[in-house]
Design a protein around this ligand. Structure first.
Ligand SMILES: *[C@@H]1O[C@H](CO)[C@@H](O)[C@H](O)[C@H]1NC(C)=O
Length: 341
């Protein structure tokens, strides 16, 4: 029995060390190691990452979500260039600037091409200044450089007698004059960003720029606010060219981020009339025919509008009573597209 085992062992050793066995085994082993390296270690085929930002008002939440997309594009090593297909009427000044800076950071690592869809106005246009190159459609609406000062104080003027404050401007952040100066400074900063980023490409004066006009895509190209006319596919080709990659995959960054973070990473949309918080109120929607009666019994709190600057307790005039969104920041890079209430 023991002899038999020894015999088997000897045969096995002979087979394992024989040329006929060892050579194919080495080839197979090589293929396996190669495949492991190919799939797990080596960088994959280069890719162009596409971030799609459908019509989105830029405020804290949407800026955070957009930032997650920019970070994903930055961190994924297979992504060598990025296309941002953007449509935005702008939004909060600080949030817009944050996205401009964030995009510019990304651009320092990987070429970024902005493709302007329906509207890239105000704060959206500021974000677009973060890219290396930009396209618009002939019918895109682009520009609107400037600032809207929506309100001063952030505390509602309810029961002012029980509020104690220090400093005459604690509640409002400053006098009317102070606010005018403040938004003027933001306006200058916006203009300087555009002038600096567009450089020689800009073919309009600062004064013209600060008219706050929206331009149709073709005119925006002529004025040097945008580099060319094109759609997302043109953006992808341009991005690949800037990155110097010939054959590439396309990574849908929205889908990748959604997979990673779930619904929390969905881009938010501007509420349309009829879908705002009031209409979403379950009591109201269940109230059928009588539902409109609640409109007649609005309490003073319901009617509250952010006060204009200064002058707490004086009669306030809200310049934008139908403003469709609550942005929660007093200064906006935003164009009010108006839904005609
Ligand atoms: C994109 O812009 C960044 C920062 O300005 C610059 O370093 C980079 O070279 C640009 N990329 C291309 C391809 O032009």
């Amino acid at each position: 029995m023991l002899d038999r085992m020894t015999e088997i062992m000897r045969t096995l050793r002979r087979v394992l060390t024989s040329w006929y066995f060892a050579a194919p085994a080495a080839v197979i082993l090589g293929l396996v190691i190669g495949a492991v390296i190919f799939f797990f270690a080596a960088p994959g085929k280069p890719a162009v990452g596409v971030i799609n930002i459908p019509f989105t008002v830029i405020e804290d939440n949407s800026a955070f979500v957009i930032g997650q997309h920019l970070d994903y594009a930055l961190e994924d090593d297979s992504i060598k260039a990025v296309v941002i297909a953007l449509s935005s009427p702008g939004g909060g000044a600080a949030s817009s600037e944050r996205l401009y800076i964030h995009t510019r950071r990304l651009r320092e690592e990987k070429p970024v091409v902005i493709v302007m869809h329906g509207m890239v106005a105000s704060g959206g246009f500021m974000m677009a200044m973060g890219g290396n190159y930009s396209y618009a459609l002939p019918s895109s609406l682009v520009g609107n450089v400037g600032v809207v000062g929506l309100s001063g104080g952030t505390i509602p003027p309810i029961f002012p007698e029980i509020i104690t404050t220090t400093g005459p401007n604690k509640l409002t952040g400053g006098s009317r004059q102070h606010w005018v100066e403040l938004i003027d400074r933001l306006k200058d900063r916006f203009a300087q960003t555009v002038i600096q980023e567009r450089g020689d490409r800009l073919r309009m004066s600062e004064e013209e720029l600060l008219q706050g006009n929206l331009y149709a895509g073709a005119e925006a190209v002529a004025l040097g606010l945008v580099d060319g006319i094109g759609v997302t596919g043109d953006g992808v080709e341009k991005a690949a060219e800037l990155a110097g990659i010939g054959r590439y995959d396309i990574v849908n960054v929205n889908a990748a981020v959604f997979e990673k973070f779930g619904w929390r990473a969905q881009l938010s949309y501007v509420p349309q009339p009829g879908t705002d918080a009031d209409d979403a109120d379950p009591d109201e929607s269940n109230g059928a025919a009588g539902s409109t009666s609640s409109r007649d019994s609005e309490t003073p709190e319901d009617q509250y509008r952010p006060p204009l600057t200064g002058a707490l307790g004086q009669e306030q005039v809200n310049p934008l009573p139908d403003f469709p969104i609550e942005i929660g920041q007093p200064n906006l890079y935003y164009v009010y597209t108006g839904y005609g209430h």
